[in-house]
Design a protein around this ligand. Sequence first.
Ligand SMILES: [Zn+2]
Length: 171
Amino acid sequence: MKTKICSKCGEEKNVSEFIKERNTCKECHKKRCQEYAQKNKEKIRKRTQEYAQKNKEKRKQYNKENKEKINETRKKYLLKNAAKLKEYNKKYYKENKKHSLKNHKKWADENKEKLKKYSQKQRNELSDNYIADALRIPVKELRENPHLLKAKRNIITLTRNYRKFKQLINN
Ligand SMILES: [Zn+2]
C-alpha cells in the first residue's frame, strides 16, 4: 500500500485518498472548497450571474446573426419529424387522459367516506352548492340571485318538514 502525508492535516493516508498529483488529501480539499464557497458567497453569486448574462447576450447575438439558418433548420426538423411528432402528441395526450381519469377514480375510492360525509353535510345544511345543484345552475349565478337561493331553500325545507309530518301521522 502506497501512502502519502497530507500537507494540510499531516495525516498519512493511502494515495487513493489524495487528489491526483497533489499533496492535499481529498477530505482537506473538500473542506477548503466548502470554506472558500462560504467565504466568497457573494463573489461566486456575482460571477455566476455575470457569466449567465454574458452567455445570454452571446446567444442572443448568435440567434440574431443566424436567424435564417436557425429557421431553416427548425423547419427541416419539423417537416422531417411531423409524423413522429403528431404520433407522440397523440400518445402523450391519450396517456395523460388515462392517467388523470385513473387517478381521479383512485382518489374518489380512497375518500369515499369523506365524500359521503361531505355531501351529507351539504344536504343537511342546504349549502349554496347543494341548492345550485338542485336547481342545476352554477353556484355563482345562484349567489347573484339571493332571492332564488332563499326561495329554493324554503321549498326544500317545507318539503322535508312535510315528509316528516306525514311520517309522524302514519306511525
Ligand atoms: Zn488532509
